[in-house]
Design a protein around this ligand. Structure first.
Ligand SMILES: Cc1cc2nc3c(=O)[nH]c(=O)nc-3n(C[C@H](O)[C@H](O)[C@H](O)COP(=O)(O)O)c2cc1C
Length: 153
């Protein structure tokens, strides 16, 4: 049987207006909906935010990712969505998370900003692999430190 497991990685620009408090509330809502809907579609992944931009990894069956990503792309809370990677993979690396989250005051998000600066904010020069590894390493570190954010119950 052909394995139907894909991963998609994209970058986008935050368009949520207002104060940090407002942005924080919107992201809480995005995460709540994502965790519910992704769990129902057996999608796993992670979202990273650094005030300016989002980076997200989605893992799951091809058609489930496509349907989810079509909704995400139409969301007015972000713009300039650039897909870095959409390809078949052997295994999930975010199997613990319906949608793990790395916020803007974290080391990972600062590294994300540094990568953006080094590439002159040119999304085409971004390596999906690098974003993937960054999210993965930091979520596992957060889990070890006792944060269960985004875990499937
Ligand atoms: C940066 C970002 C990431 C998102 N990630 C997901 C996700 O992983 N899964 C999901 O179902 N919705 C995600 N959403 C929310 C969708 O855009 C959409 O609001 C939600 O799926 C509900 O869609 P509906 O109102 O058409 O039912 C995300 C939105 C943003 C702005």
């Amino acid at each position: 049987m052909t394995q139907d497991l894909y991963r998609l990685i994209y970058l986008s620009r935050n368009t949520i207006p207002g104060s940090n408090e407002n942005i924080h509330q919107e992201i809480e809502q995005i995460l709540a909906v994502s965790r519910q809907r992704n769990a129902a579609s057996q999608i796993t992944g992670a979202l990273m935010f650094n005030r300016e931009c989002f980076a997200q990894v989605l893992e799951g069956a091809h058609d489930d990712i496509q349907a989810t990503f079509e909704r995400i792309q139409c969301d007015p809370r972000h713009a300039d969505v650039v897909v870095l990677d959409f390809k078949p993979v052997e295994a999930r690396r975010f199997s613990h998370w319906s949608m793990g989250y790395i916020g803007y005051d974290t080391l990972a998000s600062k590294e994300f900003t540094q990568i953006q600066q080094a590439t002159g904010f040119d999304a085409k020069q971004f390596s999906g692999e690098r974003i993937y590894d960054l999210l993965h390493a930091h979520l596992y570190a957060a889990e070890k430190a006792g944060s269960g954010l985004g875990k499937i119950a």
